[in-house]
Every structure is written in structure tokens, then in C-alpha cells.
Design a protein around this ligand. Structure first.
Ligand code: PEP
Ligand code: MG
Length: 539
């Protein structure tokens, strides 16, 4: 069985027949210039028609994927009405170009400008411009792609799926989409997730390697495409597809439900994120807040430290998108298994017990303060809390608080917009923190239990070592006791306590967490609804 691999951006399974969408080459020179007035009229009529078509798509997309996703197309209408763009088009027409030639040239120049900027948002703008251009040229010159009419069980393959192409997909008939470009944050990915069809993007040469009529089996999470699967594989994929939809259906009712136990106790389910773009997934899954923003991802995969402005941009984007809902930003947690090469931390014999997280930050106060200043400024726009990782001693919390106070004083002096008294919490992820939780609760405004590290440190086990990894389980008595002790200390002190390690989504553990009194469960966005369901089923 031949196989192709791309980025799995929308989960689910599908078996179906390939339809390769070949875009008709539009000939922008097919008409001749009449008069500038006539060409401008053609252009304005085309804009009118485009607006009408787009409004129709927005209406149907609002029903199938929600207003938030339909806003992508609303954004196209705003872009098209940009006075600068409109004046460029009329200048071009007045210079002797037909409406089609003017649209083609002006959109291409905007496309070149946006796509030359190394920024995900600008790249997205570039793809939006391309979408607008193609739609206008289809109206002016004819042509286009008939996506609406494909038969049931189709898997569509295209170079790219623009928002207007994606929004014309009938999900009853289209079982999956595959594109040569795109990433988790492209609009095509966002829309595919919103209408819940599996999508695999960034599959190099897909439109050449896949032929019309090929039978394909798709896994939208793993990003795999199998060619001509045998009967056994087909029935496995069909079973997985059925199970996927059954599970989805049973969970969807929890999207708008409150997280309340049978006994009427209110809990909260939050999402864990690594980048501002992940917020979309938290909201789409009904997350009530962000319980862990792993800021180290802003520091990785780049040649140097992010500036205060870059960090401010990322944190404030998240704060604004979440409105009143809590956003817990964890300060830099590098070291251990999270390498940041440009920091040149010397190689250590025991990196998990070494120079990492809060230890590194307190030892590099200028770098740490850059992050804290960015967080305090972003807090102005929302409900941000600060969380300190790998705490083992009271002195670390005091030192971090002193730096926060310094940042506040500096910002005050500069007259900057920022928030004072942002709540500061502590991650409980070391045995030391568990043992002094009663003392920590006096200087922390909340706890969040990090079971990923806590399990390893409590059990003294390296989970990467196959000989001992069996001991790495949250169900070991020592780990369970550590969790229970932490929750009790928080309750006694009257501060909220959450969990942001993977175990917060562990269905076997959730009843105990609820019994002990855990307030907030922060999980990967795709586990939010299942976690809410498990909590609602607890006594
Ligand atoms: C944890 O240790 O449980 C945790 C949430 O932090 P990370 O997985 O980022 O170390
Ligand atoms: Mg950790």
C-alpha cells in the first residue's frame, strides 16, 4: 500500500475516491479595453456580485461553522473595500487596463507585499488576497471550480483551499480534503476543523501524485494518506470513522454545558496552549479559560530571544481573544527536555535536576524581567495570571515577586498601560513544593499541579528509560498522595487549585480529583469536552 504524509490539521477518518481540483487557467487578456468608465463599471459590478456571493457563503458558513469562522469571509469584504486597493485599481484602469487586468495586477502586487513579510498573519493576508483575486477574475472572465457538485464519498485534492473554496464544500459529500500547502493555522485548516472534515495539508505534489478516482484512506490527525487500501484496512477506517462521529456526537452536547458535578459543585475546564494561534482550538472546544500558556514555545525555533514587544504581542493577543476568561501565563520553563540552543546552557549530567525553569530565570533577571514586563502590559487587556514553574523553595517565589514589583515600578514611571497586582501562582510539580504547599499557599494566589514532572520526580523515574518507565504512573500511591496533599493545602489556605499536567484529562483519575476538591482542569484543547463530560458524571 502506497502512503503519503502531510500535516494532519483536522482530525477524523475517511475512505473515499479522489477528485483532483485543477484550477482553470483564467485568461485575463481575453477581453479588450473599452473605455475607463466602462471598465470601472465592470469592476464595480463584479465587486457587487462578489459581495452578494460572499454574503450567501457567510450565511451558510455561519450555520455550519459558526460566526467566528464565517468572519474570515467577512474579512475578505473588508479587504476588498480598502480605499488604497480600490484607488490602485481605478488608477490602473485609468491607465488603459481592463478591469480584469487591473484586478490581476493590483492583487498580485498586494500578494507580493504580504507574502514577502516573515509573519504568519501576513502570509495569511497574502492567501486571502489570492482568494479575492481568483473570485473576482472568475466573475469577470468566467471559469471556476465546481466544488458544490461532487458526489458523496469524495476526497478533494487541491494546491490550496482558499476560504471561499472551503466554504463551498458540502460536508455530506466531501469526506476529507488534501492540499499541497498550509499549516495548522491556515484558514483552510480552521474551516476544515469547524465543519469537521478530516484535512491533511502540506502534502508535496499531492495534485500530481494523486489521480482522479484513486481510492484513499485518510487519518486527519496523523496526516497520513493510504493509496488503494485493502478490504481489511477499508473496514478498519470505516469503523474508526463511525466511532469518531459517535464520540463527537456524545461530546458535542457538552460544548454549551456548565462544568458541574452531579452534586452541583462548579468546576472549570481550561485549555493548554503553546502559541497564540492555539486559542482558536480552545474556544472551538468550549474551553473556559487557558490554564497553561507554555511560553517557552515563543523562545524556541528562532535564533535569539524574543523582544518585550514580540512577547507583549503574543500575550495580549491571547488576553484579548479570551476576554474576561482567565489566561494563566507560565513564565519561561526551559532546560530539561526543552532546549533553547542560543541560550548556550552548558551540557549537564542531570538536566532535569539542573539549571532550568525558574532557576534559570532568577539567575538571568534582565531576561526574566523582559518577559514579566510583557505579561504585565498584556494583562491590561484581559484576565491574566502569572504562574511560576519548578518551584522548590519559598525564596524562589519571593525573588520572582520582587522582580515583578520592580517591573511594576518601572512601568509606572514610564507611564505605560499595565495591570498592577496580577495574581501570581505556583506550579506544584516537585516533591519539595508538595511538602511545603502550606507555606507556598501563603505567598501564592493559586496552585496548578504539573503531573507530568511531578510523577517523574516523586517516583524518581526517568520515563525515557524503558527499564523503569513502568513506574511512571499517576496512579502510583505516592503520586496520588502528593496530589491529594496539594489540593488539601490549597483548600485549607482558601486558594484555588488546578491541574495542568496531562493527568487532568485522565478519566480514571478525574473522580478522585473531583472528590479531593480540584477546582480547574487544564487539558489539551481536543480533550476539553471529554474532560467536562467525565466531571459532569462525577457525584
Ligand atoms: C507538568 O510538568 O505537568 C507541566 C504541565 O509542565 P510541562 O509538561 O510543560 O513540563
Ligand atoms: Mg513541568
Amino acid at each position: 500500500m502506497n502512503k503519503l504524509k502531510g500535516i494532519g490539521v483536522s482530525p477524523g477518518y475517511a475512505v473515499g475516491k479522489a477528485i483532483v481540483i485543477v484550477e482553470n487557467e483564467i485568461d485575463v487578456n481575453s477581453s479588450v479595453f473599452t473605455t475607463a468608465e466602462e471598465e470601472l463599471k465592470l469592476f464595480n459590478d463584479a465587486v457587487g456580485e462578489y459581495t452578494k456571493q460572499t454574503r450567501r457563503l457567510i450565511e451558510s458558513l455561519t450555520k455550519s461553522a459558526g460566526k467566528e469562522n464565517a468572519d474570515i469571509l467577512e474579512g475578505h469584504l473588508v479587504m476588498l473595500n480598502d480605499p488604497f486597493m480600490l484607488s490602485q485599481i481605478s488608477d490602473s484602469v485609468n491607465g488603459g487596463n481592463t478591469a480584469a487586468q487591473a484586478v490581476n495586477a493590483v492583487c498580485d502586487s498586494f500578494y507580493d507585499m504580504f507574502s514577502s513579510i516573515e509573519d504568519e498573519m501576513m502570509k495569511q493576508r497574502a492567501s486571502d488576497i489570492l482568494d479575492i483575486k481568483n473570485s473576482l477574475l472568475e466573475i469577470l472572465c468566467g471559469g471556476g471550480v465546481a466544488i458544490e457538485d461532487v458526489p458523496k464519498g469524495s476526497i478533494l485534492i487541491a494546491k490550496d483551499f482558499t476560504p471561499s473554496m472551503t466554504s463551498r464544500i458540502n460536508r455530506e459529500n466531501v469526506f476529507a480534503i488534501i492540499a499541497e500547502v498550509g499549516s495548522v493555522t491556515s484558514h483552510s485548516a480552521i474551516l476544515a476543523r469547524a465543519i469537521d472534515i478530516p484535512a491533511v495539508l502540506s502534502v508535496k505534489d499531492a495534485t500530481k501524485l494523486i489521480k482522479n478516482g484513486d481510492l484513499l484512506a485518510i487519518d486527519g490527525s496523523k496526516g497520513t494518506i493510504l493509496f488503494e487500501p485493502d478490504e481489511k484496512t477499508v473496514s478498519e477506517y470505516e469503523k474508526m470513522r463511525e466511532n469518531y462521529f459517535a464520540e463527537k456526537a456524545s461530546l458535542s452536547e457538552y460544548f454549551s454545558k456548565e462544568t458541574v458535578t452531579k452534586g452541583g459543585v462548579k468546576k472549570a475546564v481550561y485549555g493548554n496552549i503553546g502559541k497564540p494561534e492555539d486559542i482558536e482550538n480552545v474556544l472551538h472546544n468550549g474551553g473556559e479559560g487557558v490554564g497553561l500558556f507554555r511560553t517557552e514555545f515563543l523562545f524556541m525555533d528562532r535564533p535569539s530571544l524574543p523582544t518585550e514587544e514580540e512577547q507583549y504581542e503574543a500575550y495580549s493577543t491571547v488576553a484579548k481573544s479570551m476576554g474576561d476568561r482567565e489566561v494563566i501565563i507560565r513564565t519561561l520553563d526551559i532546560g530539561g527536555d526543552k532546549a533553547v540552543p542560543y541560550l548556550e546552557i552548558p551540557k549537564e549530567d542531570n538536566p532535569f535536576l539542573g539549571y532550568r525553569a525558574i532557576r534559570y530565570c532568577l539567575d538571568n533577571p534582565e531576561m526574566f524581567k523582559t518577559q514579566l514586563r510583557a505579561i504585565l502590559r498584556a494583562a491590561y487587556f484581559g484576565n491574566i495570571k502569572i504562574m511560576l514553574p519548578l518551584i522548590t523553595d519559598i525564596s524562589e517565589v519571593k525573588a520572582a515577586r520582587a522582580l515583578i514589583a520592580e517591573c511594576e515600578a518601572e512601568l509606572e514611571k514610564e507611564g505605560a498601560h499595565f495591570k498592577k497586582n496580577v495574581p501570581v501562582g505556583v506550579m506544584i510539580e516537585t516533591p519539595a513544593a508538595v511538602l511545603i504547599a502550606d507555606e507556598l499557599a501563603k505567598i501564592a494566589e493559586f496552585f496548578s499541579i504539573g503531573t507530568n514532572d511531578l510523577t517523574g520526580y516523586v517516583m524518581a523515574v526517568d520515563r525515557g528509560n524503558g527499564r523503569v518507565s513502568g513506574l511512571y504512573s499517576v496512579q502510583r500511591l505516592a503520586v496520588l498522595r502528593a496530589i491529594e496533599m496539594t489540593i488539601k493545602s490549597a483548600k485549607k489556605a482558601g486558594i484555588p487549585v488546578g491541574m495542568c499536567g496531562e493527568s487532568a484529562a485522565d478519566r480514571e483519575l478525574i473522580p478522585s480529583l473531583v472528590k479531593w476538591g480540584l477546582d480547574e482542569f487544564s487539558v489539551t484543547p481536543n480533550s476539553i469536552l471529554a474532560t467536562r463530560k467525565a466531571i459532569c458524571e462525577c457525584e
